[in-house]
Write a protein that binds this ligand. Structure first.
Ligand SMILES: Cc1ncc(COP(=O)(O)O)c(C=O)c1O
Length: 492
């Protein structure tokens, strides 16, 4: 892929006009050029003024497009797809082998130890709920195990602990150093009172700011006080290499749809003993050795928690994404993302009335997730404007991190832009220019709040046409934006 301009007025087809110079004239490589091609990088979307532009997907932290190599692997797999595990047919055996090989590839990608289990789940939420059900109770009293979690977490790494364990939520400080000290003190207090924490649950990278606490310090603090550590890798794994074996992290959860494999699979990888002893996550076929009407003998290993027909295609897709990311030079990924992020932050901060959100003043090496506010504009309006007038997709709201947004004073929400291996520098430039235009000229279209969602008044944008999806979309064509509003949960 090359650097590109985004102008076109023709519906359908590719929109990117290459502006890349011929190889002979090329100077230093552009560090913001996409590293891997993603499906849909050239998809056209309509604007309210009737033009069409290539979609700029700056919402990859919510869900990332498939890598082209992942989509190709899925297409290769579909003709081989058949029932797995108990099927005697040839393709059943091929599909079973593909599923189990994918499991191994996913575990290998995150440096699973030989004795670790790799479970195929639906996503990070699923993985963390599964693990929460396996946290051992206090052997003396039978009380639920104690889990320490910070208030910076996504709800997926907060609510499962609160529901299924004895969770303490620590309000972090404004610096990494301060927050780490609080974590250490709390773990030490727990151990000192004879009710030690058994688990520290922490994000690998914030879904609000991309920032993180230093992993080695967290692992050291947890282990020093007899606790294990689970890393919410939803925002980390798509951006940075992580090895369980090298880091000492006990459990890691992540999502395929954020890792360029949006086919419904995620993963939980980690120490076997809790998982083998824990209550099977789902009760049903495949998780059992033998069932009588009054007695069930459950499997151990991955099968224990994977009842029901597994998502073979999702696992194959996730393994393919892992393979593609593993083949990238980590320094190149860091340089690409760092350049995009620096441009985003400096561009946004150079605009009057725009502030970039930070959790910790001294955080280092944040991933490509940047949240900002525009004084005088509701975040929902900013997001609607970016979509309707510039064809840019971002996220607004409180990012399923209500405690953090509340503590930082953003109960009204904010706007989040996120970048990944498929993002081009020009997409970031488009966003910065569009926000600048908003501040200088204001929005050109009329917007209103319908059912809590900012929408364009009398939105003229058509639903996508010209594919097999037209029939499905036609059922919503009369008011698909209204349908979107109805489908949106309150928790944004
Ligand atoms: C940090 C973090 N953790 C967990 C989740 C939940 O991921 P999923 O919706 O794939 O379960 C998200 C999703 O945005 C996230 O950003």
């Amino acid at each position: 892929m090359t650097a590109a301009t985004d102008t076109t007025t023709t519906p359908g087809g590719s929109a990117r006009t290459s502006t890349a110079p011929a190889p002979a004239e090329r100077a230093a490589p552009d560090p913001t050029a996409p590293l891997l091609p993603v499906v849909g990088h050239d998809t056209l979307v309509p604007l309210v003024d009737g033009r069409q532009v290539t979609y700029s997907n700056l919402d990859v932290a919510a869900s990332a497009p498939a890598l082209e190599s992942v989509a190709e692997r899925v297409a290769e797999t579909l003709p081989l797809y058949a029932s797995v595990h108990r099927g005697a047919g040839y393709l059943s055996q091929v599909s079973t082998a593909l599923y189990e090989a994918s499991r191994r590839a996913i575990g290998d990608f995150v440096g699973a130890r030989a004795e670790d289990l790799t479970l195929i789940t639906r996503n990070t939420t699923d993985s963390l709920n599964l693990l929460a059900g396996c946290v051992p109770a206090d052997p003396a009293t039978g009380a639920p195990g104690r889990v320490l979690v910070l208030d910076v977490e996504h709800h997926a790494n907060l609510l499962p602990w609160q529901r299924l364990t004895d969770a303490t939520v620590l309000t972090g400080g404004t610096t990494v150093a301060d927050t780490l000290a609080q974590v250490r003190d709390e773990l030490a207090d727990g151990a000192g009172t004879g009710r030690p924490y058994v688990l520290l649950a922490v994000t690998g990278a914030s879904n609000v700011t991309g920032e993180s606490l230093p992993l080695a310090d967290l692992v050291g603090a947890a282990h020093e006080h007899g606790a294990r550590i689970v890393l919410d890798g939803a925002q980390l794994v798509p951006h940075r290499r992580i090895s369980l074996a090298d880091s000492g992290v006990d459990y890691l959860a992540f999502s395929g749809h954020k890792t360029y494999a949006p086919y419904g699979a995620g993963a939980l990888i980690g120490r076997r003993d809790w998982l083998d002893a824990g209550t099977p996550y789902l009760a049903g076929g495949g998780a059992v050795r033998r069932v009588r009407t009054g007695e069930t003998d459950w499997h151990d290993g991955p099968a224990r928690h994977e009842a029901g027909s597994p998502n073979v295609i999702g696992a194959v897709a996730l393994a393919a994404a892992c393979e593609a990311l593993a083949a990238l030079d980590p320094d190149l990924v860091r340089a690409h993302e760092g350049a995009l992020r620096r441009r985003l932050v400096s561009g946004l901060e150079s605009i009057d009335r725009v502030s970039v959100v930070r959790v910790w003043d001294d955080a280092v090496d944040p991933v490509g997730v940047v949240t900002f506010t525009v004084a005088g504009y509701d975040p929902g309006l900013v997001a609607a404007y970016l979509s309707a007038e510039h064809g840019i997709g971002v996220r607004d709201g409180r990012f399923c991190a209500h405690p953090l947004l509340g503590r930082l004073g953003f109960d009204a929400g904010a706007v989040r832009a996120s970048v990944g291996v498929g993002t081009a520098g020009e997409e970031v430039e488009r966003l910065v220019a569009a926000v600048r235009t908003l501040v200088t000229d204001g929005p050109q279209a009329q917007y209103d709040v319908v059912d809590g969602l900012w929408v364009v008044v009398d939105d003229p944008r058509p639903v996508p046409e010209g594919s097999g999806l037209a029939g499905l979309l036609a059922t919503a064509a009369a008011g698909y934006l209204a349908d979107v509003a109805v489908c949106l949960p309150d928790e944004v």
